[in-house]
Write a protein that binds this ligand. Structure first.
Ligand code: GLN
Length: 515
Protein backbone atom coordinates (compact mmCIF):
# COMPACT_ATOMS: atom_id res chain seq x y z
CA UNK A 1 0.00 0.00 0.00
CA UNK A 2 1.36 3.43 -0.86
CA UNK A 3 1.79 5.94 1.95
CA UNK A 4 -1.14 7.93 0.63
CA UNK A 5 -3.53 5.02 0.48
CA UNK A 6 -2.42 4.01 3.94
CA UNK A 7 -3.17 7.52 5.20
CA UNK A 8 -6.43 7.54 3.44
CA UNK A 9 -7.71 4.46 5.13
CA UNK A 10 -5.72 4.81 8.31
CA UNK A 11 -8.92 5.43 10.24
CA UNK A 12 -11.29 3.06 8.57
CA UNK A 13 -12.27 -0.35 9.82
CA UNK A 14 -14.26 -3.04 8.13
CA UNK A 15 -17.41 -1.17 9.11
CA UNK A 16 -18.13 2.20 7.63
CA UNK A 17 -20.53 5.08 8.10
CA UNK A 18 -21.38 6.82 4.83
CA UNK A 19 -17.92 5.92 3.56
CA UNK A 20 -16.31 7.26 6.72
CA UNK A 21 -14.75 5.55 9.75
CA UNK A 22 -17.47 3.98 11.90
CA UNK A 23 -16.27 6.11 14.84
CA UNK A 24 -17.72 9.13 13.06
CA UNK A 25 -21.23 7.80 13.65
CA UNK A 26 -20.51 7.67 17.39
CA UNK A 27 -19.22 11.26 17.42
CA UNK A 28 -22.14 12.32 15.22
CA UNK A 29 -24.75 10.81 17.53
CA UNK A 30 -23.08 11.93 20.76
CA UNK A 31 -22.74 15.51 19.57
CA UNK A 32 -26.22 15.43 18.06
CA UNK A 33 -27.69 14.57 21.46
CA UNK A 34 -25.40 16.98 23.28
CA UNK A 35 -26.50 19.85 21.02
CA UNK A 36 -30.08 18.59 21.36
CA UNK A 37 -29.84 19.19 25.08
CA UNK A 38 -27.81 22.40 24.79
CA UNK A 39 -30.01 24.20 22.29
CA UNK A 40 -33.22 22.71 23.67
CA UNK A 41 -32.50 24.16 27.08
CA UNK A 42 -31.24 27.43 25.64
CA UNK A 43 -34.24 27.98 23.44
CA UNK A 44 -36.56 28.34 26.44
CA UNK A 45 -34.03 29.87 28.85
CA UNK A 46 -34.83 33.58 28.41
CA UNK A 47 -38.59 32.95 28.43
CA UNK A 48 -38.24 30.84 31.56
CA UNK A 49 -36.22 33.56 33.30
CA UNK A 50 -38.64 36.35 32.41
CA UNK A 51 -41.93 34.47 32.72
CA UNK A 52 -41.30 32.07 35.58
CA UNK A 53 -38.81 33.88 37.79
CA UNK A 54 -40.03 37.30 36.57
CA UNK A 55 -36.55 38.67 35.94
CA UNK A 56 -36.61 41.84 33.89
CA UNK A 57 -34.96 41.95 30.48
CA UNK A 58 -31.78 43.40 31.94
CA UNK A 59 -31.22 40.72 34.59
CA UNK A 60 -32.39 37.84 32.40
CA UNK A 61 -30.09 38.93 29.56
CA UNK A 62 -27.12 39.30 31.89
CA UNK A 63 -27.71 35.80 33.30
CA UNK A 64 -27.93 34.45 29.76
CA UNK A 65 -24.77 36.34 28.76
CA UNK A 66 -22.81 35.08 31.76
CA UNK A 67 -23.88 31.52 31.05
CA UNK A 68 -23.14 31.70 27.31
CA UNK A 69 -19.80 33.42 27.95
CA UNK A 70 -18.66 30.81 30.48
CA UNK A 71 -19.92 27.94 28.33
CA UNK A 72 -17.63 28.94 25.46
CA UNK A 73 -14.73 29.84 27.72
CA UNK A 74 -14.58 26.47 29.47
CA UNK A 75 -13.54 24.37 26.42
CA UNK A 76 -10.08 25.93 26.71
CA UNK A 77 -9.60 24.20 30.04
CA UNK A 78 -11.40 21.02 28.96
CA UNK A 79 -9.33 20.91 25.79
CA UNK A 80 -6.08 21.42 27.67
CA UNK A 81 -6.89 18.68 30.19
CA UNK A 82 -7.67 16.25 27.39
CA UNK A 83 -4.53 17.08 25.36
CA UNK A 84 -2.21 16.89 28.33
CA UNK A 85 -3.67 14.13 30.50
CA UNK A 86 -7.10 12.62 30.01
CA UNK A 87 -7.33 12.05 26.28
CA UNK A 88 -10.55 12.92 24.50
CA UNK A 89 -12.49 9.73 25.32
CA UNK A 90 -12.33 10.17 29.08
CA UNK A 91 -12.85 13.94 28.83
CA UNK A 92 -15.99 13.50 26.69
CA UNK A 93 -17.35 10.85 29.07
CA UNK A 94 -16.78 13.10 32.08
CA UNK A 95 -18.34 16.08 30.28
CA UNK A 96 -21.37 14.00 29.27
CA UNK A 97 -21.92 12.85 32.87
CA UNK A 98 -21.78 16.47 34.12
CA UNK A 99 -24.22 17.47 31.39
CA UNK A 100 -26.73 14.77 32.32
CA UNK A 101 -26.50 15.90 35.95
CA UNK A 102 -26.88 19.56 34.99
CA UNK A 103 -29.89 19.00 32.77
CA UNK A 104 -31.48 16.70 35.36
CA UNK A 105 -31.10 19.45 37.96
CA UNK A 106 -32.75 21.94 35.59
CA UNK A 107 -35.90 19.86 35.79
CA UNK A 108 -36.49 21.06 39.37
CA UNK A 109 -37.22 24.70 39.63
CA UNK A 110 -39.15 25.39 42.81
CA UNK A 111 -41.80 28.07 43.15
CA UNK A 112 -42.75 30.58 40.49
CA UNK A 113 -42.04 34.20 41.40
CA UNK A 114 -44.95 36.45 42.39
CA UNK A 115 -45.57 40.10 43.10
CA UNK A 116 -46.20 41.42 46.60
CA UNK A 117 -47.02 45.12 46.38
CA UNK A 118 -44.47 46.20 43.82
CA UNK A 119 -41.78 43.79 44.95
CA UNK A 120 -41.01 40.57 43.09
CA UNK A 121 -40.77 37.62 45.47
CA UNK A 122 -38.53 34.90 44.09
CA UNK A 123 -37.67 31.42 45.29
CA UNK A 124 -33.99 32.17 45.94
CA UNK A 125 -33.13 28.54 46.75
CA UNK A 126 -34.58 27.41 43.44
CA UNK A 127 -32.61 30.11 41.63
CA UNK A 128 -29.41 29.00 43.30
CA UNK A 129 -30.07 25.40 42.31
CA UNK A 130 -30.74 26.65 38.81
CA UNK A 131 -27.36 28.45 38.77
CA UNK A 132 -25.72 25.23 39.96
CA UNK A 133 -27.41 23.35 37.12
CA UNK A 134 -26.10 25.93 34.64
CA UNK A 135 -22.61 25.56 36.13
CA UNK A 136 -22.73 21.79 35.65
CA UNK A 137 -23.71 22.39 32.02
CA UNK A 138 -20.95 24.99 31.57
CA UNK A 139 -18.29 22.52 32.74
CA UNK A 140 -19.90 19.61 30.94
CA UNK A 141 -19.72 21.49 27.65
CA UNK A 142 -16.18 22.52 28.59
CA UNK A 143 -15.05 18.91 28.81
CA UNK A 144 -17.10 17.65 25.88
CA UNK A 145 -17.48 20.18 23.06
CA UNK A 146 -13.95 20.81 21.81
CA UNK A 147 -12.84 17.26 22.56
CA UNK A 148 -15.52 15.47 20.59
CA UNK A 149 -14.41 17.54 17.57
CA UNK A 150 -10.82 16.49 18.21
CA UNK A 151 -11.95 12.85 18.15
CA UNK A 152 -13.50 13.43 14.73
CA UNK A 153 -10.18 14.83 13.50
CA UNK A 154 -8.28 11.90 15.02
CA UNK A 155 -10.32 9.34 13.09
CA UNK A 156 -8.57 10.36 9.88
CA UNK A 157 -4.98 10.03 8.79
CA UNK A 158 -3.11 13.29 8.17
CA UNK A 159 -3.70 13.27 4.40
CA UNK A 160 -7.07 11.60 4.37
CA UNK A 161 -9.15 13.46 1.77
CA UNK A 162 -12.35 12.48 3.60
CA UNK A 163 -11.56 14.71 6.60
CA UNK A 164 -13.44 17.85 5.49
CA UNK A 165 -16.40 15.75 4.42
CA UNK A 166 -16.33 14.08 7.84
CA UNK A 167 -16.53 17.46 9.55
CA UNK A 168 -19.42 18.49 7.30
CA UNK A 169 -21.36 15.37 8.29
CA UNK A 170 -20.52 16.07 11.93
CA UNK A 171 -21.81 19.68 11.56
CA UNK A 172 -25.06 18.25 10.18
CA UNK A 173 -25.39 16.19 13.36
CA UNK A 174 -25.02 19.37 15.41
CA UNK A 175 -27.78 21.10 13.49
CA UNK A 176 -30.10 18.10 13.34
CA UNK A 177 -29.89 17.85 17.12
CA UNK A 178 -30.58 21.54 17.57
CA UNK A 179 -33.39 21.59 15.00
CA UNK A 180 -35.44 18.84 16.61
CA UNK A 181 -34.76 19.94 20.16
CA UNK A 182 -35.87 23.51 19.58
CA UNK A 183 -39.16 22.25 18.16
CA UNK A 184 -39.79 19.63 20.84
CA UNK A 185 -38.35 21.29 23.94
CA UNK A 186 -39.83 24.65 22.89
CA UNK A 187 -43.28 23.08 22.49
CA UNK A 188 -43.24 21.04 25.68
CA UNK A 189 -41.61 23.82 27.73
CA UNK A 190 -44.02 26.55 26.67
CA UNK A 191 -47.13 24.36 26.61
CA UNK A 192 -46.79 21.95 29.53
CA UNK A 193 -44.27 23.63 31.80
CA UNK A 194 -40.65 24.72 31.69
CA UNK A 195 -39.44 21.80 33.82
CA UNK A 196 -40.90 19.29 31.36
CA UNK A 197 -39.02 21.03 28.55
CA UNK A 198 -35.77 20.96 30.52
CA UNK A 199 -36.35 17.27 31.34
CA UNK A 200 -36.60 16.42 27.65
CA UNK A 201 -33.31 18.21 27.04
CA UNK A 202 -31.84 16.10 29.86
CA UNK A 203 -33.21 12.85 28.46
CA UNK A 204 -31.57 13.73 25.14
CA UNK A 205 -28.22 14.16 26.85
CA UNK A 206 -28.70 10.86 28.65
CA UNK A 207 -29.04 9.17 25.23
CA UNK A 208 -25.86 10.97 24.18
CA UNK A 209 -24.01 9.56 27.18
CA UNK A 210 -25.30 6.04 26.48
CA UNK A 211 -24.32 6.23 22.81
CA UNK A 212 -20.82 7.34 23.72
CA UNK A 213 -20.32 4.75 26.47
CA UNK A 214 -21.50 2.00 24.15
CA UNK A 215 -19.72 3.25 21.04
CA UNK A 216 -16.33 4.30 22.38
CA UNK A 217 -14.92 0.92 21.33
CA UNK A 218 -15.31 2.08 17.73
CA UNK A 219 -12.93 4.99 18.16
CA UNK A 220 -9.96 2.75 17.27
CA UNK A 221 -8.13 3.78 20.44
CA UNK A 222 -7.56 7.20 18.89
CA UNK A 223 -8.92 9.19 21.81
CA UNK A 224 -6.88 7.60 24.57
CA UNK A 225 -4.78 9.49 27.17
CA UNK A 226 -1.35 10.47 25.77
CA UNK A 227 0.42 8.81 28.74
CA UNK A 228 -1.96 6.54 30.68
CA UNK A 229 0.73 5.82 33.29
CA UNK A 230 0.73 9.44 34.47
CA UNK A 231 -2.99 9.29 35.20
CA UNK A 232 -2.44 6.48 37.71
CA UNK A 233 0.28 8.33 39.60
CA UNK A 234 -0.64 9.92 42.91
CA UNK A 235 -1.09 13.68 42.96
CA UNK A 236 -0.05 15.87 45.93
CA UNK A 237 -3.60 15.57 47.35
CA UNK A 238 -3.20 11.80 47.73
CA UNK A 239 -5.52 10.54 44.96
CA UNK A 240 -4.65 9.53 41.40
CA UNK A 241 -3.94 12.30 38.92
CA UNK A 242 -6.99 11.22 36.94
CA UNK A 243 -9.27 11.70 39.93
CA UNK A 244 -7.51 14.97 40.72
CA UNK A 245 -8.62 16.26 37.32
CA UNK A 246 -12.20 15.18 38.01
CA UNK A 247 -12.02 16.99 41.36
CA UNK A 248 -10.63 20.02 39.57
CA UNK A 249 -13.73 19.82 37.35
CA UNK A 250 -15.85 20.06 40.48
CA UNK A 251 -13.83 23.08 41.56
CA UNK A 252 -14.56 24.66 38.16
CA UNK A 253 -18.27 23.98 38.68
CA UNK A 254 -18.12 25.80 42.01
CA UNK A 255 -16.22 28.67 40.42
CA UNK A 256 -18.81 28.95 37.66
CA UNK A 257 -21.52 28.87 40.30
CA UNK A 258 -19.95 31.89 41.99
CA UNK A 259 -19.47 33.67 38.65
CA UNK A 260 -23.15 33.13 37.82
CA UNK A 261 -24.06 35.12 40.94
CA UNK A 262 -21.82 37.98 39.81
CA UNK A 263 -22.79 37.93 36.17
CA UNK A 264 -21.51 41.44 35.46
CA UNK A 265 -17.97 40.23 36.23
CA UNK A 266 -17.90 37.58 33.52
CA UNK A 267 -17.06 40.21 30.90
CA UNK A 268 -13.96 41.17 32.88
CA UNK A 269 -12.91 37.54 33.27
CA UNK A 270 -13.33 36.76 29.58
CA UNK A 271 -12.01 40.14 28.41
CA UNK A 272 -8.86 40.02 30.54
CA UNK A 273 -8.23 36.38 29.54
CA UNK A 274 -8.60 37.45 25.90
CA UNK A 275 -6.06 40.27 26.29
CA UNK A 276 -3.62 37.90 28.03
CA UNK A 277 -3.98 35.35 25.22
CA UNK A 278 -3.36 38.02 22.56
CA UNK A 279 -0.29 39.09 24.53
CA UNK A 280 0.98 35.52 24.75
CA UNK A 281 0.51 34.89 21.04
CA UNK A 282 2.23 38.16 20.13
CA UNK A 283 5.10 37.36 22.49
CA UNK A 284 5.44 33.88 21.00
CA UNK A 285 5.34 35.27 17.46
CA UNK A 286 8.07 37.80 18.15
CA UNK A 287 10.39 35.58 20.17
CA UNK A 288 9.96 32.18 18.52
CA UNK A 289 8.90 32.70 14.90
CA UNK A 290 10.44 33.59 11.57
CA UNK A 291 8.82 36.36 9.50
CA UNK A 292 6.29 34.18 7.62
CA UNK A 293 4.96 32.35 10.67
CA UNK A 294 5.00 35.53 12.70
CA UNK A 295 2.87 37.49 10.24
CA UNK A 296 0.47 34.58 9.78
CA UNK A 297 -0.05 34.50 13.53
CA UNK A 298 -0.74 38.24 13.56
CA UNK A 299 -3.41 37.86 10.89
CA UNK A 300 -4.92 34.90 12.75
CA UNK A 301 -5.09 36.71 16.08
CA UNK A 302 -6.60 39.79 14.43
CA UNK A 303 -9.36 37.75 12.78
CA UNK A 304 -9.91 35.73 15.98
CA UNK A 305 -10.44 38.92 18.00
CA UNK A 306 -12.72 40.47 15.35
CA UNK A 307 -15.08 37.48 15.25
CA UNK A 308 -16.42 38.43 18.70
CA UNK A 309 -18.33 41.25 16.96
CA UNK A 310 -20.14 38.62 14.90
CA UNK A 311 -21.20 36.50 17.90
CA UNK A 312 -22.41 39.56 19.81
CA UNK A 313 -24.96 40.11 17.03
CA UNK A 314 -25.57 36.47 16.20
CA UNK A 315 -26.37 35.34 19.73
CA UNK A 316 -29.21 37.82 20.14
CA UNK A 317 -31.16 34.77 18.99
CA UNK A 318 -31.61 33.25 22.41
CA UNK A 319 -31.95 36.68 24.05
CA UNK A 320 -33.59 39.78 22.55
CA UNK A 321 -34.72 38.10 19.32
CA UNK A 322 -36.67 35.44 21.23
CA UNK A 323 -38.31 38.08 23.42
CA UNK A 324 -39.14 40.08 20.30
CA UNK A 325 -40.64 37.03 18.61
CA UNK A 326 -42.76 36.49 21.71
CA UNK A 327 -43.95 40.07 22.09
CA UNK A 328 -43.99 41.72 18.70
CA UNK A 329 -44.65 39.22 15.93
CA UNK A 330 -47.54 37.28 14.50
CA UNK A 331 -46.25 33.74 14.80
CA UNK A 332 -48.86 32.10 12.59
CA UNK A 333 -47.23 31.21 9.33
CA UNK A 334 -48.53 29.03 6.49
CA UNK A 335 -51.16 27.59 8.79
CA UNK A 336 -48.62 26.73 11.51
CA UNK A 337 -48.76 28.25 14.98
CA UNK A 338 -45.13 28.67 15.86
CA UNK A 339 -44.02 29.33 19.43
CA UNK A 340 -41.50 32.04 20.24
CA UNK A 341 -38.98 29.48 21.50
CA UNK A 342 -39.27 27.57 18.23
CA UNK A 343 -38.31 30.54 16.06
CA UNK A 344 -34.62 29.86 16.71
CA UNK A 345 -35.09 26.59 14.85
CA UNK A 346 -34.71 28.55 11.64
CA UNK A 347 -30.98 28.88 12.17
CA UNK A 348 -30.46 25.12 12.27
CA UNK A 349 -32.88 24.62 9.39
CA UNK A 350 -31.12 27.17 7.18
CA UNK A 351 -27.73 25.63 8.02
CA UNK A 352 -28.96 22.19 6.99
CA UNK A 353 -30.37 23.67 3.78
CA UNK A 354 -27.57 26.03 2.82
CA UNK A 355 -24.31 24.56 4.19
CA UNK A 356 -24.03 22.19 1.20
CA UNK A 357 -24.89 25.05 -1.19
CA UNK A 358 -22.15 27.22 0.30
CA UNK A 359 -19.63 24.38 0.17
CA UNK A 360 -20.48 23.94 -3.50
CA UNK A 361 -20.28 27.71 -4.11
CA UNK A 362 -16.80 28.01 -2.57
CA UNK A 363 -15.59 25.11 -4.74
CA UNK A 364 -17.14 26.56 -7.89
CA UNK A 365 -15.60 29.97 -7.18
CA UNK A 366 -12.25 28.37 -6.35
CA UNK A 367 -12.26 26.59 -9.72
CA UNK A 368 -12.66 29.97 -11.41
CA UNK A 369 -10.00 31.34 -9.05
CA UNK A 370 -12.41 33.94 -7.65
CA UNK A 371 -13.13 32.44 -4.24
CA UNK A 372 -12.91 35.26 -1.67
CA UNK A 373 -10.02 34.92 0.76
CA UNK A 374 -10.66 34.16 4.45
CA UNK A 375 -10.34 37.82 5.58
CA UNK A 376 -12.71 38.89 2.80
CA UNK A 377 -15.23 36.26 3.92
CA UNK A 378 -15.01 37.67 7.46
CA UNK A 379 -15.61 41.15 6.08
CA UNK A 380 -18.65 40.00 4.09
CA UNK A 381 -19.98 38.12 7.10
CA UNK A 382 -19.94 41.24 9.29
CA UNK A 383 -21.42 43.27 6.46
CA UNK A 384 -24.23 40.75 5.93
CA UNK A 385 -25.15 40.44 9.60
CA UNK A 386 -24.86 44.22 10.10
CA UNK A 387 -27.06 44.95 7.07
CA UNK A 388 -29.46 42.29 8.36
CA UNK A 389 -29.99 44.13 11.65
CA UNK A 390 -30.28 47.55 10.02
CA UNK A 391 -32.93 46.32 7.54
CA UNK A 392 -34.71 44.32 10.25
CA UNK A 393 -34.87 47.38 12.53
CA UNK A 394 -36.17 49.45 9.63
CA UNK A 395 -38.78 46.77 8.87
CA UNK A 396 -39.99 46.69 12.46
CA UNK A 397 -40.35 50.46 12.35
CA UNK A 398 -42.89 50.12 9.51
CA UNK A 399 -45.44 48.42 11.72
CA UNK A 400 -45.98 49.48 15.31
CA UNK A 401 -48.52 46.75 16.07
CA UNK A 402 -47.56 43.71 18.13
CA UNK A 403 -48.46 41.45 15.24
CA UNK A 404 -45.64 42.20 12.84
CA UNK A 405 -45.09 39.94 9.86
CA UNK A 406 -43.30 36.64 10.45
CA UNK A 407 -41.46 37.23 7.17
CA UNK A 408 -39.20 39.69 8.99
CA UNK A 409 -38.10 36.96 11.39
CA UNK A 410 -37.40 34.68 8.44
CA UNK A 411 -35.35 37.50 6.95
CA UNK A 412 -33.18 38.15 10.02
CA UNK A 413 -32.60 34.41 10.63
CA UNK A 414 -31.63 33.95 7.01
CA UNK A 415 -29.11 36.80 7.23
CA UNK A 416 -27.71 35.49 10.54
CA UNK A 417 -27.24 32.05 9.06
CA UNK A 418 -25.70 33.32 5.84
CA UNK A 419 -23.23 35.37 7.87
CA UNK A 420 -22.51 32.31 10.06
CA UNK A 421 -21.62 30.26 7.00
CA UNK A 422 -19.20 32.98 5.85
CA UNK A 423 -17.42 33.00 9.20
CA UNK A 424 -17.84 30.07 11.56
CA UNK A 425 -16.59 27.02 9.58
CA UNK A 426 -14.19 29.25 7.63
CA UNK A 427 -12.74 30.59 10.86
CA UNK A 428 -12.05 27.20 12.40
CA UNK A 429 -10.20 26.08 9.32
CA UNK A 430 -8.33 29.43 9.20
CA UNK A 431 -7.06 28.88 12.74
CA UNK A 432 -5.60 25.49 11.82
CA UNK A 433 -4.05 26.86 8.59
CA UNK A 434 -2.45 30.01 9.96
CA UNK A 435 -1.10 28.79 13.29
CA UNK A 436 2.23 27.22 13.93
CA UNK A 437 1.47 23.53 14.66
CA UNK A 438 3.01 23.81 18.11
CA UNK A 439 0.42 26.29 19.35
CA UNK A 440 -2.61 25.30 17.29
CA UNK A 441 -4.44 24.07 20.40
CA UNK A 442 -3.82 27.36 22.14
CA UNK A 443 -5.00 29.28 19.07
CA UNK A 444 -8.19 27.20 18.93
CA UNK A 445 -8.72 27.93 22.61
CA UNK A 446 -8.29 31.64 21.86
CA UNK A 447 -10.88 31.34 19.08
CA UNK A 448 -13.38 29.95 21.59
CA UNK A 449 -12.40 32.62 24.11
CA UNK A 450 -13.38 35.38 21.71
CA UNK A 451 -16.54 33.47 20.80
CA UNK A 452 -17.19 33.53 24.56
CA UNK A 453 -16.59 37.28 24.67
CA UNK A 454 -19.05 37.81 21.82
CA UNK A 455 -21.65 35.64 23.55
CA UNK A 456 -21.23 37.54 26.77
CA UNK A 457 -21.49 40.91 25.04
CA UNK A 458 -24.64 39.58 23.31
CA UNK A 459 -26.26 39.22 26.73
CA UNK A 460 -25.11 42.69 27.73
CA UNK A 461 -26.49 44.27 24.52
CA UNK A 462 -29.80 42.51 25.05
CA UNK A 463 -29.84 43.76 28.66
CA UNK A 464 -29.97 47.35 27.39
CA UNK A 465 -33.30 46.79 25.65
CA UNK A 466 -35.59 46.31 28.62
CA UNK A 467 -38.47 48.46 29.73
CA UNK A 468 -38.98 49.53 33.33
CA UNK A 469 -41.91 47.19 33.83
CA UNK A 470 -42.20 44.80 36.79
CA UNK A 471 -44.19 41.65 37.40
CA UNK A 472 -45.76 39.63 34.65
CA UNK A 473 -44.65 42.19 32.08
CA UNK A 474 -41.10 42.44 33.47
CA UNK A 475 -39.68 40.79 30.39
CA UNK A 476 -41.08 43.46 28.08
CA UNK A 477 -38.70 45.01 25.59
CA UNK A 478 -38.64 48.75 25.16
CA UNK A 479 -39.14 49.02 21.40
CA UNK A 480 -37.46 52.39 20.99
CA UNK A 481 -34.24 51.25 22.63
CA UNK A 482 -34.43 47.86 20.91
CA UNK A 483 -34.63 49.41 17.46
CA UNK A 484 -31.99 52.02 18.26
CA UNK A 485 -29.66 49.28 19.46
CA UNK A 486 -30.30 47.10 16.42
CA UNK A 487 -29.48 50.06 14.17
CA UNK A 488 -26.36 50.78 16.21
CA UNK A 489 -24.98 47.22 16.29
CA UNK A 490 -25.90 46.83 12.62
CA UNK A 491 -23.96 49.93 11.57
CA UNK A 492 -20.99 49.09 13.80
CA UNK A 493 -20.78 45.55 12.44
CA UNK A 494 -21.16 46.68 8.82
CA UNK A 495 -18.51 49.34 9.45
CA UNK A 496 -16.09 46.77 10.88
CA UNK A 497 -16.88 44.53 7.88
CA UNK A 498 -15.98 47.29 5.42
CA UNK A 499 -12.84 48.05 7.41
CA UNK A 500 -11.75 44.39 7.09
CA UNK A 501 -12.50 44.41 3.36
CA UNK A 502 -10.27 47.48 2.98
CA UNK A 503 -7.55 45.75 5.01
CA UNK A 504 -7.91 42.48 3.09
CA UNK A 505 -4.99 43.04 0.65
CA UNK A 506 -2.71 43.77 3.60
CA UNK A 507 -4.00 40.78 5.56
CA UNK A 508 -3.53 38.53 2.53
CA UNK A 509 0.05 39.68 2.29
CA UNK A 510 0.54 38.68 5.91
CA UNK A 511 -0.92 35.24 5.19
CA UNK A 512 1.93 34.45 2.79
CA UNK A 513 0.11 32.24 0.32
CA UNK A 514 -2.47 30.69 2.64
CA UNK A 515 -5.90 31.39 1.15
N1 GLN B 1 -23.84 26.11 16.12
C1 GLN B 1 -22.53 25.58 16.26
C2 GLN B 1 -22.47 24.64 17.43
O1 GLN B 1 -23.23 24.70 18.34
C3 GLN B 1 -21.46 26.68 16.39
C4 GLN B 1 -21.55 27.44 17.64
C5 GLN B 1 -20.30 28.27 17.92
O2 GLN B 1 -19.18 27.99 17.49
N2 GLN B 1 -20.46 29.29 18.66
O3 GLN B 1 -21.60 23.83 17.48
Amino acid sequence: MSQNTEDMFAGSQSRNFMGHPIGLSICFLTEMWERFSYYGMRTILILYLTKYHLFDVEDASMIYGAYAGLVYMMPIIGGYMADRYLGSRKAVTYGAILLVMGHALMAFHGQAAYIAGDVVMRDETAINIFFLALSLIICGVGFLKANISTVVGALYGPNDPRRDGGFSIFYMGINLGSFFSMIIVGYVGETYGWNYGFSIAGIGMFFGLLVFLWGQKFLDGRAEPPEPKILKEKSPIGVSKENTIYLFGIFLIMLSWVMMQYDQMVIQLVGISGIIMIGLVLFYSVTKCEKVDRERLWVAIFLIAIQSVFWALFEQQAASLTLLADQQFNLSFLGMNILASQVQTMNALFIIMFAPVMAWLWLALAKRKIEPSTPAKFGYSLLIIGAGYVIFAWGMGLDDSTSKSFLWLIFIYFMLTLAELFLSPVGLSMVTKLSVPKIVGMMMGTWFLFTALGNNVAGWISSLMGSEEVGAVSGTLDMTSTMDLYYLIGYVSAGVGIFILILTPLLRKGMHGVH
